[in-house]
Design a protein around this ligand. Structure first.
Ligand code: MN
Length: 293
């Protein structure tokens, strides 16, 4: 048996601004667009709720991806062009499928105190479904797996034989692990994996991963040994390497720029492709594509 690749890539998240909120963007990185079908990972907070500057995002469109929302603290109200209206709290998962087109808003204006802290992932849709119908699902209860020195919540896919009710058309997994001390995680050798540290730090095969850093582990591993510091919280993402090269711009995942230009034009025109969202938040206008003069 060949030995698995060693850890070679550790990257810091980039700081960026989303709706007035500072976020740490772990994926994509300069050299890596996807881990499995996972193509985007934003961590917002922890930040004190400020009624003057709330974490709200007005109506905006998506194509070709699933959004996965996972809160650690606070709460958000999701509304979308399918008529969904769903409050999400820590421990719950919102899974939205854009397909050919959806629009949504995220509203936290009702919060007066406490903290906001959460993660939003995007998962690229495969060719088989990316032109299909949009959908939205809320999962209020996710399964847990006990581990030596901690536990894992299975957000998507299955881990150690335990399956999340949230399933996608790509073969992938996402778990949220809280632990202290050494940890052995069983992995699927068909998957490539990455770890994002939400809190605390860990050591893995001589590399150190600190809060808001991202570590790519490669594929062909049956398990991974991690040494977590006192009470660390990490996300482990994995999946079969994605079938295609994707392009991402603004809120779109596509295969070429022409598709994104068309989606922008449809959003600009108020096309039925995206539909209205029931919210008092102002609609977000698309920026001009940087590749067009
Ligand atoms: Mn969105």
């Amino acid at each position: 048996m060949t030995s698995p690749p060693s850890v070679t890539e550790v990257s810091s998240s980039r700081l960026t601004d989303v709706g007035g909120l500072t976020v740490h963007r772990a994926l994509p990185t300069r050299g890596r667009r996807t881990v499995g079908a996972w193509c985007f990972l934003d961590r917002f907070g922890p930040v004190a709720v400020d009624p003057e500057r709330t974490a709200t995002i007005g109506p905006h469109p998506h194509i070709g991806l699933h959004t996965v929302t996972w809160l650690l603290e606070g709460e958000m109200l999701h509304t979308d062009s399918l008529g969904s209206e769903q409050l999400i709290r820590p421990g719950q998962l919102n899974l939205m499928t854009a397909g050919n087109g959806i629009a949504h808003a995220e509203d936290a204006r009702h919060l007066r105190s406490g903290r906001m802290n959460g993660v939003q992932f995007w998962v690229a849709q495969p060719e088989a479904t990316r032109h299909g119908a949009p959908s939205f699902a809320h999962h209020g209860d996710l399964p847990h797996v006990d581990l030596r020195n901690g536990h894992a919540t299975v957000l998507l896919g299955s881990f150690d034989g335990v399956q999340s009710p949230a399933q996608l058309d790509s073969n992938l997994v996402g778990i949220d692990v809280t632990a202290h001390g050494p940890l052995d995680l069983p992995l699927n050798p068909q998957f490539e994996y990455a770890i994002a540290a939400l809190h605390g730090s860990l050591r893995c095969e001589g590399a150190t991963l600190s809060t808001d850093e991202f570590m790519y582990l490669g594929a062909e591993r049956e398990q991974i040994h991690l040494d977590l510091t006192q009470e660390a919280r990490i996300l482990v993402l994995g999946g079969v390497p994605f079938e295609a090269d994707i392009v991402m711009w603004w809120n779109f995942v596509a295969r070429d720029r022409k598709e994104m230009e068309t989606a922008k034009a449809d959003w600009d025109a108020g096309s039925e492709r995206f539909g209205p969202v029931a919210t008092t938040l102002p609609r977000i206008e698309a920026p001009h594509p940087f590749w067009l003069i």
